[in-house]
Write a protein that binds this ligand. Structure first.
Ligand code: MEV
Length: 327
């Protein structure tokens, strides 16, 4: 066993297919260059102490999961998935040691950029490396997805997949991960509404509406899948204009399933008026972020339009590398 291990994993933007991917439709997703860092050390006792520097939270778990806060009263919901991720790796290795886990993430939380999945992927990799287990990326993805199940109702796996593999991927539940090569750079501008939202609640809202209108939902979901498949072709051909159109169509479908709101629409229209080729929600919606596709020369103008409309702009570039052990 090592004395210390560190790992990091990237954030993501979903370019096509959020929500529909929960129902086994295709999603297209890109890793972006903001990373969550996790370091892990063994402890002499058998407590698992989890600390999130960014959230100002620290808590203690016994090996059988009993929680006690150390810093911050209401941190259990945020810290428990990290404990679960670590515990699954310990169980797989047949170890029952204590750990100090420290999370230092640059990814905005609850904003649709995959911060929780990136933390779970980095935690899984760091604990695996501490125990010298040689986990491969498929193992890390599978274990992190198991831990994500305690956050969401029924996660599709798209978030831990992109944080694990990095780059640009097409993903579906039944088809798994397909790495994509883009024939052109995809210049993106992200706009954060600064409204925190809960993915679990948004997934629940969509499933309720689907229960009421199953036929309409089938049509919308099949259209979403078709849009994502055409987007894969446009990415391979480097056709930014087609991608922009497809993003606008995808957003209209997300609007139809009830996950947009006025803050999101304001940022979208600000981006479009400033010259975006297309713009849509990215992630679960209800707040969080939008993503706009731009010509390279228009990125600053679009970012400024998002800022004056009250959003927080972020110019994001692709992260080719997924999860990584930091030596
Ligand atoms: C969240 O980033 C994406 C959703 O489609 C949920 C999921 O796929 O697990 C809303």
């Amino acid at each position: 066993m090592r004395g210390l291990s560190r790992a990091s994993a990237p954030a993501k933007v979903i370019l096509f297919g959020e929500h529909f991917v929960v129902y086994d439709k295709l999603a297209v997703v890109m890793a972006v260059d903001l990373r969550a860092h996790v370091s892990v050390k063994p402890r002499m006792d058998n407590k698992i102490i989890v600390e999130s520097i960014g959230m100002g939270l620290q808590g203690e778990f016994t090996l059988d999961g009993v929680y006690k806060p150390i810093i911050g009263e209401f941190g259990e919901d945020k810290l428990r998935p990290i404990y679960v991720a670590a515990k699954r790796v310990l169980d797989l290795a047949g170890e029952s040691i204590g750990l100090n886990i420290t999370v230092d993430s640059r990814i905005p939380v609850a904003s649709g950029l995959g911060s929780s999945a990136a933390v779970l992927v980095a935690t899984t990799a760091a604990v695996g490396s501490l125990l010298e287990m040689n986990l491969c990326r498929d193992d890390i993805f599978r274990l992190a997805l198991e831990a994500e199940k305690i956050i969401h109702e029924k996660p599709s796996g798209v978030d831990p997949a992109i944080s694990t593999y990095g780059g640009l991927i097409a993903y579906s539940r039944s088809g798994g991960v397909m790495m994509l090569e883009a024939a052109a750079n995809l210049p993106l501008v992200i706009g954060d509404t600064r409204i925190k939202r809960d993915t679990r609640e948004m997934i629940h809202r969509v499933s309720e509406l689907r229960r009421l209108y199953p036929e309409i939902f089938k049509g919308l979901m099949d259209a979403g899948d078709r849009v994502a498949r055409l987007a894969v072709e446009a990415i391979r051909a480097g056709d930014l204009r087609a991608l922009g159109h497809l993003m606008n169509i995808n957003h209209a479908l997300l609007y139809a399933i009830g996950v947009s709101n006025t803050a999101i629409e304001s940022l979208l229209w600000a981006a479009r008026r400033a010259g975006a080729l297309g713009a849509k929600i990215t992630g679960a919606g209800g707040g969080g972020c939008i993503v706009a596709l731009s010509m390279p020369e228009d990125r600053r103008r679009i970012a400024e339009a998002i800022r004056v409309t009250g959003g927080e702009p972020l110019i994001a570039d692709i992260a080719h590398e997924g999860v990584r052990i930091e030596e």
